[in-house]
Design a protein around this ligand. Sequence first.
Ligand SMILES: C[S@@+](CC[C@H](N)C(=O)[O-])C[C@H]1O[C@@H](n2cnc3c(N)ncnc32)[C@H](O)[C@@H]1O
Length: 270
Amino acid sequence: MSADREPASGDAYVLPRHPAELDRLDVQHYALREALGANYLAPVGRPARVLDVGTGTGQWVYDLCRKFPEALVVGLDLEPSKPGAPANYASLRANVLDGLPFMDDRFDFVHQRLLFTGVPLNAWPGLVAELVRTARPGGWIELVEGATRLEPVSPASDRLSGLLKHLGAARGLDATGAVFDSLDAHLVRAGATMVTKQTAALPVGEWGGRIGSLMASDIRALFTRLAPGFAAACGVPTSETEDLVLAAQREWERHHTTYSFAVAYGQKPR
Ligand SMILES: C[S@@+](CC[C@H](N)C(=O)[O-])C[C@H]1O[C@@H](n2cnc3c(N)ncnc32)[C@H](O)[C@@H]1O
């Protein structure tokens, strides 16, 4: 598996790689893993080949490599994974919008998490069809995506979510939660069976213990990182975004705010 080809740019992605983004994604990974009690929910068994699409830092795939040391685990992303990859890991740099560079029926488990900030709404049906195509008959496909806003709605949080939606909508990304709502429908449409979906509302803020604290640093880092983008695309000064982030943090503690993830998985027919 070659790692040296430079992929075409993922023009739609709103969070290009930055050292702080690596930390944020790992923090989010630990929060999700703790909240779900597992790295995935599909009844996968012992896979020989695993594919993770939009793998980010690589923390999820590294966990999988250690759980299944005899498996080949492949991570595909526009960007390289972080250092420290286990020996059974192969990193591939590619743009999912060009289709997946694998033959049909290759993987026992195909996983994709948090690509709604990078994949335009109209590309979802084709991408999920690609994920199902590369799974072997009897293999599992799992999708995880986040909501487009925090609950309950509160002024500063909602303003920040609105700015992110504005940024995303200009790139054709989901601004209404359509991806979150339709993960299971995408799997069914792509031919998967035994499709199951569940959602988990994670606490955001110190009120929510360790998971709440991890989620607060994730979301604080997300909006802080987006401040220059909000300034360029929405004309909102960086200082205003910083003030909104401080106000939002107070709201999270006061309202016991949550952020929801949807997990859907299905099996490719045998
Ligand atoms: C929000 S991160 C999620 C990373 C990881 N799945 C996780 O849950 O921690 C989204 C990742 O998708 C990658 N990405 C965005 N658009 C992409 C594209 N068109 N092709 C391949 N990867 C893409 C980004 O580089 C980033 O690493």
